[in-house]
Design a protein. Sequence first.
Length: 320
Amino acid sequence: METEKIKCLIIGSGPAGYTAAIYASRANLAPVLYQGMEPGGQLTITTDIENFPGYPSGISGPAMMAEFEQQARKFGADIRGGIVTEADLSRRPFPVTVDGSKKIEAETLIVSTGATARYLPLESVQRFRGMGVSACATCDGFFYRGKRTAVVGGGDTACEEAVYLSTLCSHVCLIVRKDRLRASKAMQNRVMKTPNIEILFQYNVKEVLGDESGVTGATLEHCDGGEKGITVDGLFMAIGHYPNTAIFRGQIDLDPDGYIRTAPGTSRTNVPGVFAAGDVQDPVYRQAITAAASGCRAALDCERFLMVQGDETPNGNTRN
Ligand code: NDP
């Protein structure tokens, strides 16, 4: 198979990747975007997005991402299914492999691979993944209508998931390892005001219990050493995310948590020609709007980079 040459390769299809594709295609960079493992990214597993400006009535996550994609395609972005499995950042054009076999040489890279939900590192959590243990209440909550569930975590995600589940389930336990919630005051108030949410402070999950039909409960451990059993059919993880940077490790500057470091106020990484946008470089804000804005910056930074490199061909891509 011949190596395809691409001027601007975008990896990832969340708000950052699609926004980069919209800007890069309008700038005549003929971007190619690989959608990755979860086309549309994390927003495809949310319900309504009510805080994205321009949608006063809210919009569902999947619908919003379909519109982002449509807008990128409209300007000529080449959106493809596929996972970038290798990237060599030691020389430019960057050799990249897609789905383990397809070879590409990319003049520039925009990395917008996002972040993935964390699970508790317990054998019983792994055992019951997909059988009652989930990291997405909005995807799986439906299966627990009228049942008892629990959410692990004390941040905004945990509170949001608990409130969402409380509308479907008879009872929701929020299992918080500290003596306080980390979530915003507004989210805390919502949780406190919801009668069927019970907050269990200073508890950790020791073991998930279940049988061949799935989760039936969990054993919790209090910080003073005492144990408590809970009866639940579903256990939702909301303990944060890790950035999807495994293929770049050792090749690009990452922070101690694995997020790509960018020069302040830009999308530039320490590797010339590689730009980062969205959650993969943002452990703090993690919003659709901030991801989209950083995708715009990445496309503009990329365009300027190519201009300085003196690459004036309107479309440096080759096809095979
Ligand atoms: P956070 O990192 O804010 O919270 C993670 C929570 O999980 C913390 O309470 C943490 O506990 C707990 N935790 C972590 N590891 C473990 C563990 N091993 N066992 C038990 N508990 C654990 O992640 P979120 O996903 O909640 O939020 C990330 C960012 O996204 C935040 O900036 C948040 O504000 C934002 N966000 C905003 C929303 C909105 O505006 N609508 C909705 C969702 C998220 P501890 O506090 O002890 O560290």
